[in-house]
Every structure is written in C-alpha cells, then in structure tokens.
Ligand binder design. Structure first.
Ligand SMILES: N[C@@H](CCC(=O)N[C@@H](CS)C(=O)NCC(=O)O)C(=O)O
Length: 215
C-alpha cells in the first residue's frame, strides 16, 4: 500500500503526545509525511510498531530505516527539511533551569503514558501506589514548570522553534485532552499553550482518536 509513496511514513497515534511532537515538527519544517495509525496499543507484535522492538510509538520510516522515538524523529525531520529553521535543541538549552524543565517535560510525558496505559488501557486500579505516586510526581512537575516557565522561556536562544516549547505544548494539551487533571491552576502553562496553539502546525495536529477503517 505504501511502497510507491515517496514520503516518509510516520507510524503513531493522533491521540499520542509523543506522536504529536513529531507531527508538529514535520508541519513546522514543511516535511510532508504519510501518517499510519497504530490502532491497538495492546499489541505485542513489533511489526505493529514499524519494527520498534520496544513496542513504542512514534516511529518514522525512512528509506534507510526506521527512526525510533520523538526527539530522534524531530532531528531526522530537520535533516529532511527544505528550509533551515533556527531550532533550539536539547543541547542548546542554556542553563540548569532550562535543562531541568526539559527533563520534567519528558518525565510528565512518560507519566501520562504510565497513567493512561495503566489505568485506561490495562484497567489497573487507580488507587495503587504505582499510579498514586506517579500522579503526585506529575502534579509536582507541572507546578515546577508553571513556576519556572517565564524564566526558562526568557533564557532560550533566538529561535523559530524549540524542542522544549513544542514538547511542553504537546504535554499540556494532552493533559486536557485526556482529562488527567485540571490544567486551569497552572496559569503560566495555560497561557503558554494558548499562544503556541496559534501556530498552523499546532492547529493541524489537534488530538483525536484514530478510527479504524473497515476494508
Ligand atoms: N521515548 C519514546 C516514548 C514514546 C511513548 O511512550 N509512546 C507511547 C504513546 S504516547 C506508547 O508507545 N505507548 C504504548 C505503551 O507504552 O505501551 C519517545 O520519545 O517517542
């Protein structure tokens, strides 16, 4: 089905924040990809994850092979981009505060996966310490990000796009989309997301649940 399509294939889910980060970068960079949804997160067959042995998505499939993981994919997309944008990558974060912010964003994204996969997909009990502690750590991380956001944003180098802002946007919107917890108390995070949402690539990648097509 995809053999004759020259575009890179992005295998993921429209409801996934890691996938959205990759799609956001593709949109900002002007790299056209074919999107291939993964319908069954319970699958334990690497073939359903474009060969990712970790059974994780997103995966970008290039002629030279698959690219595993959102950050890796963003770099691969930047290398394919027709126009060079100024991108602030993790390596360009200027100080400890900004690097800690990125760590807490990745942590929050991982915690979302833990909470959603554990409670909603695997139907495990929410009151288990495993989820209760994850939810505490997640709330604490969001509070830290909210308190430090202004200083972090001011410290970033001149840029068209940064991995930090794009990943933070995907995280905040995902918390609201999945209704994990109320986002309104995190006023700085909400204001940041409201502004970032104006970008066409953000508008074009709004979260949704993929619907399996009958063949
Ligand atoms: N380190 C990976 C993490 C990706 C990840 O956790 N993806 C989620 C979807 S948002 C997933 O594959 N969930 C299925 C599972 O955890 O079994 C990345 O950066 O892309």
């Amino acid at each position: 089905m995809h053999e004759h399509d020259p575009r890179p294939r992005l295998v993921g889910r429209s409801s996934s924040h890691f996938t959205r980060l990759a799609r956001l970068f593709a949109g900002e960079l002007g790299v056209a990809c074919t999107f291939v949804p993964v319908h069954d997160l319970a699958s334990r067959d690497p073939a359903d994850y474009a060969g990712n042995p970790a059974l994780k998505l997103p995966v970008l499939v290039l002629p030279e092979g698959p690219v595993f993981g959102a950050e890796n994919i963003c770099h691969a997309l930047a290398a394919l981009a027709p126009a060079a944008l100024r991108i602030a990558w993790t390596g360009q974060l200027p100080d400890l505060r900004a690097r800690n912010a990125q760590e807490l964003i990745w942590h929050g994204m991982g915690a979302q996966v833990q909470l959603v996969f554990g409670m909603q997909v695997a139907c495990l009990p929410a009151e288990n310490l495993y989820f209760a502690k994850a939810a505490d750590g997640f709330r604490n991380a969001l509070a830290w990000l909210d308190a430090n956001l202004e200083a972090v944003l001011q410290s970033l180098p001149p840029r068209d796009l940064s991995l930090l802002e794009a990943s933070l946007f995907c995280l905040i919107e995902h918390v609201a989309f999945r209704d994990t917890l109320p986002v309104a108390p995190y006023r700085h995070l909400v204001a940041f997301a409201d502004a970032f949402r104006e970008r066409p690539a953000a508008q074009a990648t709004a979260y949704a649940f993929d619907v399996a097509m009958a063949h």
